[in-house]
Every structure is written in C-alpha cells, then in structure tokens.
Design a protein around this ligand. Structure first.
Ligand code: ZN
Length: 340
C-alpha cells in the first residue's frame, strides 16, 4: 500500500513509515498515552526534522533553554548561536557571559563561565564582555566607548593568557598588564538571557501545531491544498516565518491572565477557527511561558468542520488532559467564548 506523507507529499510504500512522529517533540518531554502520528510522516522527513529543526528546538531555542529547569537531559552541549546569557546588571561580575548547562544530579542547572575578555565602558563604568572566539576589533572597542587598557580576562587555563595576549596584540590592543585572580562565584546569581526567534525555530514550533491538527483530524483533511503553505514552510523553509508565527500573545489560561500567575508550567496548545471562519489557528505555549499564534491555513475554502480543541501536557504528572475538563484549565482566546 502507498501512503502520502503529510510533509513532502510524496507517495511512499507503508514500509517507508517505520518511525513515529510525536505531536510534541520528545525533547519537550514524554507523556502517558502520548500523542503520536503513525504512518503520516515518512522516514525521510522524520530524519530531516530530527537532524535539523527539532535539534535546534531542543538545544538552541528559548524552549531548549527552559528544558534544564524541568530536569530534561540534553544529548549534547547547548547550541548557543541563538542564545546569549549574561550575569544581570547590578551584581558583582555583571555582564559576564555564561552557558547554562543541565545539572547532573542537582535540582537546578549550573552556569558555566565562558572564556572571555571584558572591557570597561569609559562612561558607565560597566564591563562589556566578548567571547574569545569573537574578539572585537580596536575600532569596535573605540566606537563602543570601551577602554582598551581597562580589561579583565576569564580563562579556565592560565596558559591561555599568553595566547590571548598575542591575539590582542595582532588586533592592535595592548600590551596589557595582567594579574591572576581566582574567581569565587556567588552561589546564586541572577542571569538574563536573550533568545533569537528565527525561521528555524519557527518551523519547529509550527510543526508541533500542524502535527496537533493532524492528530485531531485525518490525513485526507490535512492533505488539502489550503495547508500547502504551512507544509512547505515547515518542510522546506519557504516563506517568511512572520506570516505563519506570531509571538508575545497573552497567556492562554484565563486564570493566568486575570490573576497574573502561572497556573501550570506544562505545555498548552489549542486549535480554533479565526473569527471570520477562513483561517485555522493554533495557539501554542510551551512550558506556559512564551505564547505563539500559528496560522495553519490562511484561506480555507473547503467544507467547514468543527475544530475547537485544546490540551494541557502536564510535565509533573506526565498526563495529557483536554483543556476545560477535570484539570480545571480554561482557555479564553481573544474574542471567543470559554472553551468547555
Ligand atoms: Zn515525507
């Protein structure tokens, strides 16, 4: 028997669908009676996602950054291209660049100090830090108002100091005097993190929403032409990601909105029609932190069908429950009725 893959639209033999596709990628947790798609995503697409967008979601996105706080282990080091974490201002050593690593046998993740050089800003007196792999030029130092003579270096191995001095000299910086000091970090520091949302991360988030639509409908429905744009965006990166995904929505749960609290730290996802009934919208809030709106179809012209559903993926109990049911979770998307 031949089946059409919901992402590449290729017709392939049943045997080419040996892997399961989790609606919410396993990097965001494993759940009881997990939502899984069988024979919907071909092995080729499954592999492509696993090596690319899913990997970035798990290790290099805002969501990937939150994972260690839920005890989620990582197979590899964090991908830091889209993430920047620093010691927040107003503390000793503010501005220092760190990498957050999942804790081993401890309750909370640990901050790993990166090898870096920090220059004092002549006006503010604050230090601005640069990783040694990304040393700034003399011009950049000057244009940022930094003092090339007032700098400190954090390195794990003291042998590095000579190497860095040589590199700085080449950049026209120095010679500088160095004195060695052992840094005793505070037990608890406040960090600030910047996470970049780009097309790669957006595709991984859109895939969760599209998988959720597939799980709640069936193959024939999601193979319709109206879903080709989102399909091509997820599978091939075609189109501007802002057309499909919008961040910074208010919290999905009405309690959270009204009381300004966070009722759960699990994942939330919903599926609804737009007010005019021509667009199919998913709202996704991994860890109930950042909330995204995802447009799965922007101009639906086929037969209308009821689509109004939401689920809570509880990371503590590992249960998946329908929103509005026994869990007491109620969603109120803008301009709509309470979902029960
Ligand atoms: Zn495929």
């Amino acid at each position: 028997m031949f089946l059409t893959c919901i992402y590449c639209l290729k017709r392939r033999r049943e045997t080419s669908y040996s892997k399961r596709e989790h609606v919410v990628h396993q990097c965001l947790g494993r759940f009881k009676q997990n939502f899984v798609l069988h024979e919907m995503v071909c092995d080729s697409c499954n592999q492509y996602f696993g090596d690319g967008i899913d990997l970035v979601l798990g290790r290099g996105s805002l969501e990937g950054f939150i994972r260690p706080w839920h005890g989620m282990k990582s197979d590899g080091k964090p991908l830091r291209k889209r993430l920047k974490t620093r010691v927040a201002s107003g503390q000793k050593m503010s501005g220092l660049i760190v990498s957050i690593l999942p804790a081993k046998g401890k309750d909370e993740p640990v901050a790993d100090l990166m090898d870096q050089i920090c220059f004092k800003n002549k006006t503010s007196g604050q230090y601005e830090c640069f990783e040694l792999e990304k040393l700034p030029s003399k011009e950049e130092i000057m244009s940022r108002g930094l003092d090339p003579k007032e700098a400190y270096l954090t390195v794990e191995d003291e042998k590095e100091v000579k190497k860095v001095q040589r590199r700085l000299k080449k950049l026209g910086l120095g010679p500088m005097k160095w004195e060695s000091k052992e840094w005793v970090g505070d037990d608890r520091l406040v960090f600030e993190t910047e996470a970049v949302l780009d097309a790669i991360v957006a595709r991984a988030l859109c895939k969760i929403a599209f998988n959720y639509l597939v799980f709640n409908t069936e193959r024939d429905f999601v193979l319709r032409e109206g879903f080709n744009d989102i399909r091509r965006f997820i599978r091939h990166g075609e189109g501007d990601f802002r057309k499909f995904l919008r961040p910074n929505l208010p919290p999905l749960l009405i309690e959270d909105r009204q009381l300004n609290i966070q009722t759960t730290r699990g994942h939330l996802i919903t599926l609804t029609w737009s007010d005019k009934g021509n667009r199919i919208i998913s709202r996704l809030s991994p860890f109930n932190q950042q909330t995204y709106e995802i447009v799965l179809c922007s101009n639906f012209s086929d037969l209308w069908r009821p689509l109004r559903i939401g689920h809570h993926f509880d990371l503590e109990t590992k249960e998946i429950t329908k929103l509005g049911d026994a869990a007491g979770l109620i969603v109120l998307p803008p301009g709509s009725q309470i979902l029960r």
